[in-house]
Design a protein around this ligand. Structure first.
Ligand SMILES: [Zn+2]
Length: 542
């Protein structure tokens, strides 16, 4: 049992997890197999879907198929040779208030049926419970987790340590810290049913971070009950490595068809928006006419294909360092997901610290959502903490950004530089040229070809949040540095009056002179000549 991380992006990891039945790659989806009802047989999962892992329920097997399962072992019982994970049935106990099985029986039963990944009998917190009850579920689960060492007799199973606490984030954090101290190979976060059913993904973001920030990072994290492919990108980006999906079968039974942006009723489909093997051979009208069982089987097959397909896209995005773009695209598939992505901004410092520093390629900025990206935060922190302007620079000249990058190679900036050299002569070094630009803020000319300042594409016109962010960065930069004077070349069509107002406020605080040049066209010949004269005056002032 080992977890080897092969590639990373944000908090996502492509990893190899070894169980006694083989190596599986994360992020990994375990289709849920109910031993009683199987729309897709485990053997088919293995043969036709290339599925190397599944999850089933130890409680249901113990209750209905105990002897056969123990006698044959779980792999023969289900007819599946890959890695099998078993859930303890804690959820069923919660629903049916069954007290027939003890924690010890469930531990020993999972060993007896030779599962690969086993789960202790935890107490799910659920939703809408009092804090007192939530605290009890955390305490009792930790107690049972500590007792595991004495209950188990084998060392070749991977054990899952569930994290409880529900919507009480302080309890989730405490639960994660305590469980993390115990010798589990995997941790799991129980996502209460309403979080998934009512699309409370913003709550889920808080819960995942509360767990993630307090668990040992080297252990995989399983997100229970997150079977809909449209939220995989978000969960993977936040560091969830393993998922189980009952959704593929549950939705199929309700004649519902999963897509990467939501769920559609079979009744309302004119076309199948998919090219999976199940959809390719037929059309919605034909499927609607099929007998119930056949229809549900086909829908379950499609639902599973679309789930695996989304995970492969996510993994490819990780290898390209483009998971943020993919997550942002998915977030626009549903308002609840967009709301959740907005919540991620709250944790951008953690994302920046824990995520890898990649230089894999260009970055796309679609809107102010991108301001929460680690690259933006990293640039801001480094500029404020580590950067000082050249010592001979007395005057800060702020130029607007140009479409061409690096900015200093643009025709516009080159013209300004030539005019400055001509007018200022050897005093040109007293002027420090910086560009104000979205999304990074102030970019000193000597840094403008540093990754990712030039390696990004941003959509114009910028939204309010982006304009305000850049204005704030300009103000912060002026406050932090010691120039004698600030001169701004305005670009009113892009920035309205925001940058000028921010400069004026910062200069007033620092009590330094501020000049703003606001001609209609910042790059007109007359503007640049005027700018050079203003600069000349500025550098010759004693
Ligand atoms: Zn399909």
């Amino acid at each position: 049992m080992s977890f080897e991380i092969v590639d990373r992006d944000l908090l996502a990891r492509i990893g190899r997890f070894e169980t006694k039945s083989g190596v599986v790659e994360t992020p990994l989806l375990f289709p849920v197999i109910n031993p009683g009802i199987q729309p897709i047989h485990p053997k088919t999962l293995e043969k036709e879907f290339g599925c190397r892992a599944l999850i089933t329920n130890a409680y249901i097997i113990n209750k209905n198929f105990k002897e056969t399962a123990v006698e044959n072992g779980l792999h023969r019982f289900l007819d599946f040779s890959g890695s099998i994970m078993t859930d303890s049935g804690a959820y069923q106990l919660l629903i049916y208030k069954d007290i027939e099985v003890t924690p010890k029986e469930i531990v020993q039963f999972q060993e007896a049926i030779n599962t690969d990944i086993a789960t202790i009998l935890d107490i799910p917190t659920g939703w809408g419970v009092s804090k007192e009850y939530a605290r009890y579920t955390v305490k009792e689960t930790i107690k049972r987790a500590k007792a595991l060492e004495k209950m188990k007799s084998r060392d070749d199973l991977a054990w899952v340590g569930p994290v409880q606490g529900g919507q009480y984030l302080d309890l989730v954090a405490r639960s994660a810290r305590e469980m993390g101290k115990l010798p589990f190979q995997i941790h799991a976060l129980g996502s209460p049913t309403p979080v998934m059913e009512q699309y409370k993904f913003d709550v889920l973001v808080d819960m995942i971070f509360a767990a993630k920030m307090n668990l040992p990072p080297e252990r995989p994290l399983h997100l229970f009950g997150a079977g809909h492919p449209f939220m995989f990108a978000l969960a993977v980006a936040l560091g969830c490595d393993l998922f189980d999906s009952a959704a593929y079968a549950l939705f199929a039974r309700q004649d519902r068809y999963l897509t990467d942006s939501g769920t559609t009723r079979l009744a309302s489909l004119q076309y199948f928006p998919c090219s999976c093997p199940a959809c390719n051979k037929t059309d919605p009208e034909t499927v609607r006419a099929l007998p119930r069982e056949e229809r549900h089987k086909l829908l379950a097959e499609h639902n599973l294909h679309v789930s695996f397909y989304e995970l492969r896209r996510i993994k490819q995005a990780v290898t390209e360092g483009r998971l943020w773009e993919h997550m942002e695209m998915r977030a626009h598939g549903h308002p609840s997901l967009l709301q959740a992505l907005k919540k991620v901004a709250k944790y951008s410092e953690y994302l920046e610290k824990q995520g890898p520093v990649t230089k894999k390629g260009g970055i796309f900025f679609f809107s102010s959502l991108g301001l929460a990206r680690p690259e933006v935060l990293r640039y801001r922190q480094r500029l404020l903490d580590r950067y000082s302007p050249p010592p001979h620079a007395k005057v800060l000249l702020l130029l607007p950004q140009t479409r061409k990058k690096p900015f200093h190679t643009s025709k516009e900036h080159e013209t300004v530089m030539n005019q400055m050299r001509q007018t200022l002569g050897d005093k040109v070094d007293a002027v420090h040229v910086c560009t104000y630009s979205a999304p990074f803020g102030v970019v000193p000319t000597e840094l403008d070809d540093v990754y990712p300042v030039s390696q990004n594409v941003i959509a114009y016109p910028f939204d309010h949040e982006t304009v305000n962010y850049v204005a704030q960065q300009v103000a912060n930069y002026i406050q932090k540095t010691g120039y004698d004077q600030i001169i701004l070349l305005r670009d009113p069509t892009v920035w309205k009056r925001k940058i000028g107002a921010a400069c004026r406020r910062a200069c007033k605080t620092r009590k330094v002179p501020f000049i703003s040049l606001h001609e209609r066209d910042p790059w007109a010949e007359s503007t640049i000549e005027h700018l050079a004269e203003v600069l000349k005056e500025a550098v010759t002032v004693p």
